[in-house]
Design a binder for this molecule. Structure first.
Ligand SMILES: [Zn+2]
Length: 132
C-alpha cells in the first residue's frame, strides 16, 4: 500500500491536485450598478494554487477550417493561382497542426490526465509527486 506522505520532506500535509483544483475554482456573479445602468459579470475564478494544479487540456483540432480553406483553395484555382496556393498552404498547415493535436489527444493526453489524477502536492515544501 502506498504511503500518503511527501517523499521529499516526509510531511503528511499533502493534498490531491484534483481536490485542490475542484475546491479552488469558484464561480461568481456580481452586479454593478451605475446610475440606471446595471451590468452583470459572471465567470469563474481560480486561486493561484488551483491554477497551478489545473488538469492538462486537450488540444484543439481545426478540421472544419481545413475543409473550408481546402474548398476555397479549390474555388480560386481558376480565378487566381496565387490566392489558391496561399489558401491551400493555410489548409495544409492547419491540417498538419490538427494531425499533431489529435495525436496528442489520442496518445499523450490520456497519460497526462492519468498522471494529474494521481498527483499530490505537499503543503509544507511545495513538492509535487505521484501516488498510485
Ligand atoms: Zn514535502
Amino acid at each position: 500500500m502506498a504511503e500518503y506522505k511527501c517523499p521529499k520532506c516526509g510531511s503528511e500535509n499533502i493534498q490531491k491536485c484534483e481536490v485542490i483544483y475542484m475546491s479552488g475554482t469558484v464561480s461568481h456573479s456580481s452586479t454593478t450598478t451605475l446610475g440606471r445602468y446595471e451590468a452583470t459579470t459572471e465567470g469563474s475564478s481560480s486561486t493561484d494554487l488551483a491554477q497551478a494544479v489545473a488538469p492538462p487540456a486537450e488540444q484543439d483540432t481545426s478540421w472544419l477550417a481545413v475543409i473550408i480553406f481546402g474548398f476555397l483553395a479549390y474555388c480560386f484555382l481558376d480565378a487566381s493561382l496565387i490566392v489558391s496556393a496561399i489558401l491551400g498552404a493555410i489548409a495544409f498547415l492547419l491540417g498538419k497542426s490538427s494531425v499533431d493535436a489529435s495525436e496528442y489527444n489520442d496518445k499523450i493526453y490520456p497519460k497526462e490526465y492519468d498522471r494529474w489524477r494521481h498527483s499530490y502536492i505537499c503543503h509544507r515544501c511545495g513538492n509535487r509527486f505521484l501516488i498510485r
